[in-house]
Design a protein around this ligand. Structure first.
Ligand SMILES: C[S@@+](CC[C@H](N)C(=O)[O-])C[C@H]1O[C@@H](n2cnc3c(N)ncnc32)[C@H](O)[C@@H]1O
Length: 248
């Protein structure tokens, strides 16, 4: 079981690769959960440092699950960058769903396998070059708070469209998208943040995708943090984007 208290942080010098850097920062940010906490996510104690963020993530997960439930059909779902697997486990609660979840982060993935044992849920370690899914087609591919680690956006989306079954959809949730005006400032803030916490190398793995990069894809913005409704109701600060298999 992962215990936050005993987790030893590697230093920036000793961890040049993405997985170790990422994990070190997760620890620093108090985002490594105990098995017991993970089992309950997105519910977490109001005293937890990330309680507010989990409230937001809970709402977006519920929104996605209820959107998919309305399809009233058995779905093959792939989550890319599943981390500790909390969302994949929720998706596996959909009637007749089969969920496949992939991540390069072996430590959290091991925890996911240990905590969420469901016959319709499988975890895979690695990135897409591992060829686990060659020949398979999915009805739904989910990127939850993970698309910012993939670049170029056009390449990953085009590749993922190739894994969609007819009528399939890619859903990007809990991530930000930027405009020509906001990208540079966001990039700088990300760099400043990682520098401040002594992991400037991680900034090189974090990408600020622009909304206009979606233009060539048959997509729909299902929730816009800057939309009037979201602003008035203090809704999610993140985008929810659906990309269809077929060309625009
Ligand atoms: C912020 S976490 C999100 C985890 C989870 N989806 C959630 O909603 O909590 C981003 C995840 O993307 C994973 N990731 C980054 N690059 C990846 C890659 N090339 N292939 C697979 N996973 C990747 C990271 O290891 C990390 O677990």
């Amino acid at each position: 079981m992962i215990q936050q208290e005993t987790y030893i942080l590697p230093t920036a010098e000793t961890v040049p690769d993405f997985e170790s850097l990422y994990l070190a920062v997760r620890g620093l940010e108090q985002r490594i959960y105990t098995d017991e906490q993970l089992r309950q996510l997105p519910e977490i104690a109001p005293s937890h440092v990330h309680y507010k963020e989990w409230q937001i993530r809970k709402r977006s997960a519920e929104r996605l699950v209820s959107y998919l439930a309305k399809k009233k059909k058995s779905l093959a779902i792939l989550e890319i960058g599943c981390g500790n697997g909390w969302l994949a486990a929720k998706l596996a609660g959909l009637k007749d769903a089969r969920v496949f979840a992939l991540d390069v982060n072996a430590v959290e993935l091991e925890q996911a396998k240990r905590v969420f044992k469901k016959s319709n849920l499988q975890f895979f370690e690695g990135d897409f070059s591992n060829q686990y899914f060659v020949g398979l087609k999915f009805d739904v591919i989910v990127f939850a708070a993970s698309i910012q680690y993939f670049s170029p956006l056009k390449d990953i989306l085009t590749k993922m469209q190739g894994y969609l079954a007819d009528g399939g959809e890619i859903h990007i949730i809990d991530s930000n998208f930027y405009t020509e005006q906001t990208t540079e400032g966001a990039r700088q803030r990300t760099f400043d943040y990682y520098k401040k916490i002594s992991y400037p190398q991680l900034a090189a793995h974090y990408f600020h995708h622009r909304l206009d990069e979606l233009a060539g894809f048959n997509h729909r913005i299902l929730s816009n943090p800057n939309g009037i409704k979201n602003r008035l109701l203090k809704g999610s600060p993140f985008y929810w984007v659906r990309i269809n298999k077929d060309a625009a």
